[in-house]
Design a protein. Structure first.
Length: 111
């Protein structure tokens, strides 16, 4: 499974179409994380000041039409999805629980 951090407003903006974050247009791929620890680190580093609920999409790579490439440095690889994320490929949605300072602490099922 792949994990992708996204603000609720962005994920729910247009549920009738595959999810295509700004990074897809700007960089050609959707940034993902390989595990919960990496997703929390991404949430903490890049989304601390984002208001509202912060989600993590759990994505089954076998259900994606786009290619998944593992890229990065020699010591740490991250999955990148080269194409939009079909909503049927999202097998679960988790919420990032943050402390009073906005630091990501844990992932829980989103309801």
């Amino acid at each position: 499974m792949l994990l992708h951090v996204v603000p609720l407003d962005e994920w729910s903006a247009d549920p009738a179409v595959p999810y295509a974050p700004p990074s897809l247009a700007a960089e050609g791929f959707v940034h993902c994380s390989p595990d919960e620890q990496a997703a929390l680190a991404i949430a903490d580093a890049h989304y601390r000041d984002v208001p509202g609920p912060l989600l993590v999409l759990v994505i089954d790579p076998a259900l994606l039409a786009g290619e998944v490439r593992w890229e990065g440095s020699e010591d740490r690889l991250f999955p990148h999805v080269y194409g939009p994320v079909e909503r049927a490929a999202v097998t679960a949605v988790l919420e990032v629980l943050r402390d009073a300072d906005g630091r990501a602490r844990e992932l829980v099922p989103w309801v």
